[in-house]
Design a protein around this ligand. Structure first.
Ligand code: PLP
Length: 444
């Protein structure tokens, strides 16, 4: 009997004993192909990579940790320099956290402190998007919109205004082009700012490509350019959350590069140390840094383990791998293969309504009826049957009921470690096909 308070206590969890590249091995020696990368964490190096193990061991032996208000450390300085050298324009500073939730919270706290420092303390309002996820704490749940997880806490969440997500499959009208649709949903931001009062809004927060709440949903072309224009017009800070989709997952270092925008804050986490150590970060615009440093002189947030030396040492090893020549080219090639194999396998499937994503972050959206796009009833529990069926076949995937702008639906997210080769992709697609068909039959 376990005394661990697992998040889903009714779920029988195998005991993971060992990692090996693309695989996890359990206590019975069963090998699972990792199609989910531990939640898009296990990024470029896969499991048990010797260079990272050595980096962690060496750093622990020298000095595991020291408080960041008293000392800086070599791995901390090196990591910050790597992350800011090729960051989106203007993001010249990095503040370290222990998780993605804290990275989002840090961005919002810094946004607020920035406006207080520059004499605009009336700016308090945050705007987010429905169907998004920005972390499991009170701040993240408030800015995000994962309906089921918010429910018990609704009354104590911060007051955040939510606009529509950019979700072409269900949102675009037949009469609209992709671009027209993107501009229409982006313009909801302007309407929200005008409705709330332009001088009261401090930040707009969005995932560049959404992660799991609504399945991997990339923006349509032009959407974020318009969002950036609106933020600039009204002096609102743009926070792009790339905790899930950042650091190579979409085929470029940062997902927003492909949308041609640079935010004022960029939050990253999972891919920083590839799951070898817990670490997150908020990349910060120089203007925010200057306002705080030249103003009151110090940022008033921060965490005991911010910039943990061992976590930074692991991250330096991972980040060097991500930037090695050819690495991201291979992610793009394998991402394109994954997309085309999913389309071949599931393009005509009667219950796959949408196949979408970017790079090595793809989603299948299941529907009862492809014509009407009606989802299966939630009571049918299709997602969990797919998840269990895949697991029994030795494939780890992410299949959960999601909420997409009011639609509860079943999504399967596929985001393997970025070292996946074509054989791994073939096996993922094949096992997924078997798991989905088995679940649809069993679950009738
Ligand atoms: N933001 C996004 C987009 C995420 O996907 C997640 C986690 O999945 C978070 C924030 C929260 O990160 P963490 O679980 O490390 O706190």
């Amino acid at each position: 009997m376990t005394s661990v308070f697992h998040r889903i206590p009714k779920r029988q969890l195998p005991v993971a004993i060992r990692g090996d590249g693309m695989y996890i091995i359990d206590q019975d020696g069963k090998r699972y192909l990792d199609g989910y990368a531990g939640g898009a964490c296990v990024s470029c190096l896969g499991h048990s990579q010797p260079d990272v193990i050595t980096a962690v061991q060496d750093q622990i032996a020298k000095m595991a940790y020291f408080h960041g208000a008293i000392f800086t450390s070599e791995p901390l300085e090196e990591l910050a320099s790597i992350l800011t050298t090729d960051a989106p324009q203007g993001l010249t500073r990095v503040f370290f956290t222990n998780s993605g939730s804290e990275a989002v919270e840090t961005a919002l706290m810094m946004a607020r402190q920035y406006f207080v420092e520059i004499g605009q303390s009336q700016r308090k309002q945050v705007i987010g998007r429905r169907s998004s996820y920005h972390g499991a704490g009170i701040t993240g749940l408030g800015v995000g919109h994962q309906v089921a997880r918010r429910r018990p806490f609704e009354d104590i969440l911060p007051n955040v205004f939510h606009i529509s997500p950019c979700y072409e499959y269900r949102g675009r009208l037949e009469s609209e082009t992709l671009e027209q649709y993107g501009l229409r949903v982006a313009d909801e931001l302007e309407q929200a700012i005008l409705g709330l009062g332009p001088d009261t809004v401090m930040a707009f927060v969005a995932e560049t490509v959404t992660g799991t709440t609504s399945g991997a949903t990339p923006p349509v072309p032009g959407y974020f350019k318009r969002i950036r224009e609106i933020c600039d017009k009204y002096g609102v800070l743009l926070v792009l959350d790339e905790v899930f989709c950042g650091l190579g997952r979409t085929g470029t270092l940062h997902a927003c590069e492909q949308d041609g925008v640079a935010p004022d804050f960029l939050t990253i986490a999972k891919g920083i140390a590839g799951g070898y150590q817990p670490i997150g970060a908020t990349l910060v615009h120089q203007k925010v840094y200057d306002a705080i440093v030249l103003g009151s002189g110090s940022y008033k947030g921060g965490y005991t383990y911010s910039g943990h030396a061992t976590a930074c040492a692991a991250a330096v090893a991972v980040q060097k791998c991500l930037r090695a020549p050819g690495f991201l080219d291979n992610v793009q090639t394998m991402g394109a293969l994954l997309a085309s194999r999913l389309k071949e396998q599931f393009g005509q499937h009667p219950h796959i309504g949408d196949i979408r994503g970017r790079g090595m972050l793809m989603t299948l959206e299941l529907v009862e009826n492809r014509q009407t796009k009606a989802p299966f009833p939630a009571s049918r529990g299709l997602s969990s049957s797919i998840y269990q069926s895949a697991l029994s076949k030795g494939l780890i995937t992410h299949a959960l009921p999601g909420t997409v702008d009011g639609h509860v639906g079943d999504h399967v997210v596929i985001c393997p470690p970025l070292i996946a080769n074509s054989d791994h992709i073939e096996t993922i697609v094949e096992l997924l096909g078997e798991a989905i068909d088995a679940a649809l039959v069993e679950n009738r």
